[in-house]
Design a protein around this ligand. Sequence first.
Ligand code: AP5
Ligand code: ZN
Length: 220
Amino acid sequence: MSQFDLILLGPPGAGKGTQASRIAADYRIPHVSTGDILRAAVKNQTQMGLEGKKYMDAGELVPDAVVIGIVRERLQEPDTAKGFLMDGFPRTIPQAQALDAALDDLGRAITKTIVILVDEEDLVKRLTGRRICRVCQAPFHVNFNPPREEGVCDKCRGELYQRDDDAEATVRNRLEVYRSQTEPLIDYYDRAGVVARIDGAQSPDEVYASIREVLGPAGE
Ligand code: AP5
Ligand code: ZN
């Protein structure tokens, strides 16, 4: 059976979270979002959450050592044996190197890095209008992807909220951080020959169709 050791890469607001749940369900691999893990830690007021919150609220990256620790631990879980979908990780060259080393220890390597590309002004509109389910983390948008009932999640009826880091000034800083620290990863994975670029300006269904074309059938 084919191995799906996948990374979803792209700027904040490109639609990584929107696509991730569909990919994870269809390819039966766990969705590993370092952003979701960090936000859960903030909510539960763990040491890591308290430490991470100040970086997240400013739109800065949480230190590499913290997120690398999260992912190393996550890769110990048996559900990642047949593959995984990394969303929001890696975000720096040291994170990518740490992931490669951890996979190498397991005799594995990234099979595909899906890069979702969207123009910067569209990203600002997407993020400032985004609403997220408090319960299942599903993303909605007040204009582009509105829930059937205002303020309520279609999937689980959870309450929708706006992320603290989706204020416009913070969004602009996150985009700057992406350009300087994360975009170089496209070259890094290009050198490994595993990059597939996807036009993220299409509708969510069209983006998903493009991703399926790249990944091929889910297998048995
Ligand atoms: P994280 O949670 O990873 O956020 P992000 O990368 O900034 O990505 P987003 O969740 O903002 O965007 P998305 O691409 O998932 O878009 P979505 O699908 O929601 O990270 C948050 C913070 O945590 C970081 O700033 C950092 O501090 C910390 N962190 C996390 N990982 C880290 C790491 N590895 N290292 C260090 N720090 C780390 O879509 C956006 C909106 O657009 C939604 O409203 C959606 O409905 C809408 N939309 C989606 N697709 C479409 C479409 N095709 N057309 C129109 N609208 C669309
Ligand atoms: Zn929900």
